[in-house]
Design a protein around this ligand. Structure first.
Ligand code: ADP
Length: 623
């Protein structure tokens, strides 16, 4: 194959442009990224060799080698990992596979990154970070199991294109050769390399070697201690080491919010080192998002995301689990029905939830930050995880009529603060607290000083029925009949009797729009309101389902009237005088329109509504 010149995909061009012009001050992380890729490549070939020994070709001396050539100005990172053929290299080093990085780039302009170079640190920069320090990068690679002359050479100056050509490589693996920029040549310095390897890549399991001169002799030295951090004792690990390891497994650049490190002994032996991040990645809820910790069996990496180890809703948890009970050649199918895996999953799920619970008690502010980032995941858990509903309920935080805006209460606090005589936990759903605060549905609750939870996330509509707590039922203030005050309940009954004929008339006028018209005890100031029947969908749920593109059965609602509002007295007087007075019909229509406005909908016929209001104004002035 002669030299071929190919274009980078648009998002790679954008990323490269950022890398080249970056003012990011931690350029040294490029080495960590390349060593991490080399280590992954070795893990892959080692894993494959468990079932296909022939691909080893006599070389199982797993090793990463760093070579600094001062005269050529090059830094080379070589590995004897899985390697890449032409197709692999075009795909891997010409596009961006990581959906989070892609998404991140779409959200940011080059100018934003130029103004805030530290943002670079927040997404998986990977291989391309080499261009922060190199003016040109060459990659020579031969895929495991392919012949010597089927190697490939890739080269680019990051100017929109890369070149590939056939090449020879005597053995399996990859060399990444960085032609360092003039002012980045300090990365060729032996002590600088030692420092960076120690700082970021010490725990890499495979030896990272370099030829060094000692007593005028060149010897190969291993720069990393290679200790699997998760197998070490907690007391031997510094916070910084935990943080660096977290960044390695998560591709996150922010320190984790919490580290969970433990060993289980007994029926099932395993070690787990898990992390709870501070910030939710952009792609957390994307289909391609990889869920689950890395699984090791007897120091061998089996898969980098083992989703069988955690429930899906704990998708944000990162880390490593190592088991000594599983067979090395464990397959996905085995994992799905393996008892050991079940035990580990149960164990670590509990640990994660316990850790969150401790955090909520001991470091409330920090927990709130976590909750603001990841509450959707926890709520998803409350919806799906039958076994852990109690624990998850206790992790929920809600705004309420008693909290300041942006501050939270818990279900426990709610129940502890219930007024005497209050039987149920009340909530209202919607998308804005400001609007809900003005809602007529809260009138009677405010009057009684009953707390009402504001459920503001879309998912809340699906979990509201899970919020029963300590035997107290939950109830929406916009649904069904509500009797929280004896006086108002009596008023309601009396009005229902006294104005029954008037109600029949209103019902008749609105028969196509509402399923029922009745007096209510939930109102204090407003004349009327629309409510959903107990088992029906309320207006907020309808809105959400419509936004999700679902067809919603147009269920009719109930128009509730305020018995203490003088309007009904007046309407009734008119009714007694002349049962077929045209104004009565107009008023019935206006009542319905008002109720629509109060819930944030439009009147049924806005121009007719405006006309009627104008007429009322004129009549009022005349009178
Ligand atoms: P990431 O490592 O996050 O996938 P990179 O941009 O660092 O992103 O690498 C892209 C891909 O290139 C890797 O997923 C891998 O398939 C391939 N790759 C990079 N370095 C090597 C290497 N040393 N050996 C084999 N494949 C590699």
């Amino acid at each position: 194959m002669s030299v071929q010149t190919l274009q980078f995909k648009a998002e790679v061009k954008q990323l490269l442009d950022l890398m080249i012009h970056s003012l990011y001050s931690h350029k040294e992380i490029f080495l960590r990224e390349l060593l991490s890729n080399a280590s992954d490549a070795i893990d892959k070939v080692r894993y494959e060799s468990l079932t296909n020994t022939s691909i080893i070709e006599g070389d199982a001396d797993w090793k990463i080698k760093i070579k600094a050539d001062k005269s050529a100005g090059t830094l080379t990172i070589s590995d004897n990992g899985i390697g890449m053929n032409e197709e692999d290299i075009v795909r891997s080093l010409g596009t961006i596979a990581h959906s989070g990085t892609k998404e991140f780039l779409q959200h940011l302009s080059s100018q934003q990154i130029k103004d805030h170079p530290e943002l670079i640190g927040q997404f998986g920069v990977g291989f391309y970070s080499g261009f922060m320090v190199a003016e040109k990068i060459a990659v020579i690679s031969r895929k495991a199991g392919e012949p010597k002359d089927k190697a490939v050479r890739w080269e680019s100056k990051a100017e929109g294109t890369f070149e590939i050509e056939s090449f020879e490589r005597s053995s399996r693996g990859t060399d990444v050769i960085l032609y360092l920029k003039e002012d980045e040549k300090h990365f060729l310095d032996e002590w600088e390399i030692r420092r960076i390897v120690k700082k970021y890549s010490d725990y890499i399991e495979h030896p990272i070697c370099m030829d060094v001169e000692k007593d005028k002799k060149i010897t190969e030295e291993t720069l990393n201690s290679r200790k699997a951090i998760w197998l070490k004792d907690k007391s031997e690990i510094t916070a910084e080491e935990y943080n660096e390891f977290y960044k390695h497994v998560s591709h996150d650049f922010t320190d984790p919010a919490k580290v969970i490190h433990f060993k289980a002994e007994g029926t099932s032996e395993f070690s787990a080192l898990l992390f709870i991040p501070q910030k939710a990645p952009f792609d957390l809820f994307y289909k391609e998002y990889k869920i689950g910790p890395t699984l090791y069996v007897k120091r061998v990496q089996i898969m980098d995301h083992c989703e069988e180890l955690l429930p899906v809703y704990l998708r944000f948890v990162k880390g490593v689990v190592e088991s000594s009970d599983l067979p090395l050649n464990v397959s996905r199918e085995i994992l799905q029905s393996n008892r050991q895996i079940e035990v580990i999953k149960k164990n670590i799920t509990k640990k994660v939830l316990d850790t969150l619970s401790e955090m909520k008690t001991a470091e409330y502010e920090k927990y709130v930050e976590f909750y603001n980032e990841f509450r959707k995941s926890l709520k998803e858990g409350l919806y799906v995880d039958q076994q852990r509903k109690d624990a998850l309920r206790d992790l929920m935080l809600f705004e309420s009529t008693r909290t300041e805006r942006g501050k939270y209460t818990t279900l426990k606090n709610y129940v502890d603060g219930m007024k005497s005589g209050q039987e149920e936990i009340y909530y209202i759903t919607g998308s804005s607290r400001e609007e809900l605060e003005k809602s007529p549905y809260l009138e009677a609750f405010k009057e009684k000083d009953y707390e009402v939870l504001f459920l503001l996330d879309e998912i809340d509509d699906f979990i509201s029925h899970e919020l029963e707590y300590q035997g107290k039922k939950v109830k929406s203030v916009t649904k069904g009949d509500i009797d929280i005050d004896k006086t108002r309940a009596t008023q309601k009954k009396d009005a229902q009797k006294k104005y029954s004929k008037l109600i029949d008339l209103i019902k008749d006028v609105l028969k196509d729009d509402v399923k029922e018209v009745r007096f209510s005890s939930r109102l204090k100031d407003s004349a009327c309101v629309l409510v959903a029947d107990e088992g029906d969908m309320d207006q907020n749920m309808e809105r959400i389902l419509k936004a999700m593109g679902q067809s919603v059965p147009g269920g009719k609602r109930i128009l509730e009237l305020n018995p203490s509002h003088s309007l009904f007295e007046s309407m009734n007087a008119l009714f007694e005088k002349d049962k077929s007075h045209p104004t009565l019909k107009e008023y019935a229509g206006l009542l319905y329109d008002q109720a629509l406005l109060l819930e944030g909908s439009k009147p049924k016929d806005p121009s007719n509504f405006a006309k009627l209001v104008a007429k009322l104004m004129v009549d009022n002035v005349k009178a």
